[in-house]
Write a protein that binds this ligand. Sequence first.
Ligand code: SF4
Length: 335
Amino acid sequence: MATSPPKSKPKQPENKPLSGQEKPYLPYSQVLREKFGCKVYKVTLDAGFTCPNRDGSKGVGGCTFCDTTGSSSRAQNRRDSLTEQIQKNIDRMRARFGADKFVPYFQSFTNTYAPPDRLKRLYDEALSAHDDVIGLAISTRPDCVDEAKLDLIATYKRPDGYLCVEYGMQTIHDKSLALVNRCETYADFRHAFELTRARGIDQCVHVILGMPGETHADMMATARALSDLKPEGVKIHCLCAMEHTPLARLYERGQWQPLAQADYVALVTDFLEHLDPAIAIHRITGNGHRKALVAPRWLTKKFEVLEQVEATFAARQTRQGSALQDSPRKAPPHD
Ligand code: SF4
């Protein structure tokens, strides 16, 4: 059951970003700071995986929005060893953000797509790459985990450490998943979610707003389903086309239109209003690699979008979870 968030308007001094505690949603950075008492940053990795939706075992060509880097941030070099990637990225994050502790983030492609013994070697190497590493974040497809892999991942749990599996769910609607050639279903996600929760492993669920054919009601149903499941975190992206992807070709042929900035700002605010306030928000706007982003180009204005979302909450006098008290909970539709 959702708690009752206050309706008061957040104070926002002119030209000054809101602090974590002032934000109208629960920012993940604040959760990390409260747990670890210092600045914790993720360092992205490319561990050399591929994906069953690319190599033919589930599908070919990948999701229509996925680029040749496997939806990575391109902050790493695949030719470097994991240890080299971590050490270089830590040096960069420390210099740029004054970060104190670090979490290697297995980001590119599907980071549980290997037998457990190979996964163990990679996860062990990441954990021992630097004294200031405090845990692991592992991004994967829900249909690429099983009991043996999650039993292995659970061995990395520490009371004073970090451990999170990030699942690309994207939406609860199978019709939309089929339209982006995801080659998996919401049932796959639910199965992975339950196996992961049974082992006490934190989960961050990735969601995409603006999936082809989805209505406003469809997206709010996704938020409500997540509110019922209560993963520890949610990461929200706007569907975007990166260069050399099937989605970019659809865009260039005029067969797909991205959301406009103002529409996304309103939509992500609505989504957060339908999301349980205890769920930490890892991100509310994805920023695909600036040079490779085809559309929508406004995604490069990340801080402007964040400010507009905060201003929308302030104008509405709402915050994360507000809508859950205002209307009866409905079961999500079945595809
Ligand atoms: S599942 Fe992930 S890595 Fe695989 S094609 Fe889709 S977005 Fe890319």
